[in-house]
Write a protein that binds this ligand. Structure first.
Ligand code: ADP
Ligand code: ADP
Length: 237
């Protein structure tokens, strides 16, 4: 079922057009991979979904982008609430300069999602378990997030995103700073998250798209050139 719908979406950086007339349906509770050569507009499209592009003053969106029937670029949209509903994981793990516990608790506090200390602790534990990290950090929750390995830090960032229970998780090349073993763990994690979340992932790796996605969208020079079930698009010659 289509959950995110882009219709006639264009993005400009000043005079330069980065995306041209994108029409794309993204289905609920599946992993959609955005793939294509560097500079083709994958990250720009990803950042359009939760209006992260708004942070770039010269960046302009026009066209339609709806999530669950809601127009994301409607001026009445609360962008802070939108970004809680549509979480983001970046290429380079970027834990807050806080403890492991606080990294996960922070979003819960900001969004006023917990009323008691025990509820907070329970949610932090649930989030770390969801990210497959609990067993590795349960005895060191007060240590700084950046004391973890790179792969653990990335899973911490995923736990932090999962904690606020978004509908959608956007991931921008989440494994490209990781070694193969850490990459495999994050890929397994992405696969397990798809039962609860709609995931959109930018990757430059066809192999990764084939391993973890159900749908693949190919971009080239700012245009969407093909989209289909991953099992079909990678078997066609
Ligand atoms: P990637 O291919 O991994 O997205 P890039 O090197 O294309 O990495 O971009 C890295 C950062 O630089 C991004 O935040 C992107 O928005 C910004 N960027 C890319 N191209 C330009 C540009 N022409 N002018 C200013 N910033 C840019
Ligand atoms: P990809 O993620 O596929 O590598 P991007 O979305 O980062 O591609 O970039 C698409 C185009 O938009 C590129 O030409 C890039 O230089 C340009 N671009 C990206 N970010 C910026 C920015 N902050 N300012 C100006 N141009 C940008």
């Amino acid at each position: 079922q289509s959950f995110i719908e882009a219709r006639g979406a264009n993005v400009h950086y000043g005079e330069k057009q980065a995306l041209f007339d994108i029409n794309l349906d993204i289905e609920e509770k599946r992993v959609t991979a955005l793939i294509g050569p560097s500079g083709c507009g994958k990250s720009t499209f990803l950042r359009a979904i939760n209006r992260m592009n708004d942070l770039i003053p010269i960046c302009r969106f026009d066209g339609s982008l709806q999530i669950a029937g809601q127009e994301v670029y409607d001026p009445a949209v609360d962008v802070v609430a939108l970004r809680a509903q549509v979480g983001m994981v970046f290429q380079k793990p970027n834990p807050f300069p806080k403890s492991i516990f606080e990294n996960v608790a922070y979003g819960l506090k900001i969004h006023g999602m917990t009323s008691s200390k025990t509820e907070m602790a329970d949610r932090v534990e649930w989030s770390l378990k969801s990210a497959g990290l609990w067993d590795e950090v349960a005895d060191r929750l007060e240590q700084p997030g950046n004391s973890l390995s790179g792969g653990q830090q990335q899973r911490l960032c995923i736990a932090r995103t999962v904690a606020v229970e978004p509908k959608v998780i956007l991931m921008d090349e989440p494994c490209s700073a990781l070694d193969p073993i850490a990459t495999a763990k994050v890929e397994d994690l992405i696969d397990s998250l798809r039962k609860d979340f709609t995931i959109v992932i930018v990757t430059h790796s066809m192999q990764q798209a084939a391993r973890i996605s159900q749908r693949t969208a190919f971009f080239h020079l700012g245009k969407l050139i093909e989209v289909g079930d991953t099992s079909d698009v990678f078997t066609n010659p």
